[in-house]
Ligand binder design. Sequence first.
Ligand code: HEC
Length: 395
Amino acid sequence: MDSAYLAEWANLLVRWLHLIAGIAWIGTSFYFIGLDNQLDPPRDGNPRVKGEQWSIHGGGFYHKQKYALAPAELPEKLHWFKWEAYWTWISGFTLFVLIYWWNASTYLVDPQVLDLPPWLAVVLSASMLAGGWVIYDQICRSNFGEDERKLSIAMVALLIVAAVLACNLFSGRGAFLQVGAMTGTIMVANVAMVIMPGQRRMVAAMQAGREPDPKDGRWGKQRSVHNTYLTLPVLFLMISPHYPMTWGSRWNWVVLLAIVLAGALVRQYFVSRQFGRNPIALPLTAAAVVGGLMIVLRPAPGPQLAGIDVPSFTEVQAIAASRCASCHAARPTFDGIAAAPKGVMLDTPQNLRRWAQSMRQQIATEAMPPGNLTEITPEERAKLLAWIAAGAPAN
Ligand code: HEC
């Protein structure tokens, strides 16, 4: 078994794990944020209880109570939530290394953006992962952390800097994943470095017969709220590689920020609903942003095709053979590619015609060939597009 083939399996298994852990984590996060926001005043008179909720799920009744700070006595068994978050990061980081660092020249570097040697791209990528957390954490711990409005402005500024930086260092696709990975790292670090240590201190205080420090509770809550607003944006960034129209444009950092904003607004809407409000302007704004992007990013075939005649099928085959088929073939010859990526084969006349429509977006946005590894020329792109636009004729 060759290494590229094994890498495909590793990719599948780690990605599967990443999805499972991510669903478990975001699911609990959504659940607890919703629970916290929908507590009713307690009825049983325990002065330490801040609120309670009755619910029914899976054929059973549940009665949950939240304590203002902590119960009078530490319960014998306490359920913690951390492995969902940790495994999401472990699997996500592994996947990031496996794809974007291992094959940095294919996925992370785009010489048209910046001609970085792969090792330097990896160093910069790692620095952004770590640096994002350090800066974010320092901002939260500074006196900005006490003022929600100042803090939000600082967060948005940080995100803008990260998006501009990533989009000017890396390939569009790599940049979107980089910002997603950086944000995901911040979310997990919130759990590992702030929420968990705070909770451990609270428990230790109770074991020592002291009241826990309310600051630990407050800080944990603040980070947990940040995490909830980041969920939808990060999920978009994680699936963005499938959608070259989002990262393939010249102003891709603006697109990144716009969609991230739309995601955060939608999350804000659902959180508001938990308080009984219905700020319909939020999802409408998000829809307007996305609608605006759809219009701005629409492909403009006109100028690209001007003056280009529909090439002969023989010519199309020759272009595909030299620029695409080293990877997109039944038996790829490109180093590190074990099987035709996404099952797309561009090696025979039948296959070329079959995949013509899928080729269009990849060629027009310059998503393919990745990093233009096979050095396709603009004329060749225009010819392939003209051929597809003419209905992919077989002559
Ligand atoms: C260096 C190898 C390589 C070359 C050369 C290459 N591709 Fe790809 N292609 C890939 C990889 C890897 C993927 C899968 C990307 C992913 O993981 O999302 C892919 C995916 C695709 C897809 C499917 C996209 C999707 O998400 O459904 C199409 C269509 C495509 N390539 C067309 C082309 C065309 C057309 C050319 C030539 C102009 C080309 N490729 C050249 C590696 C290559």
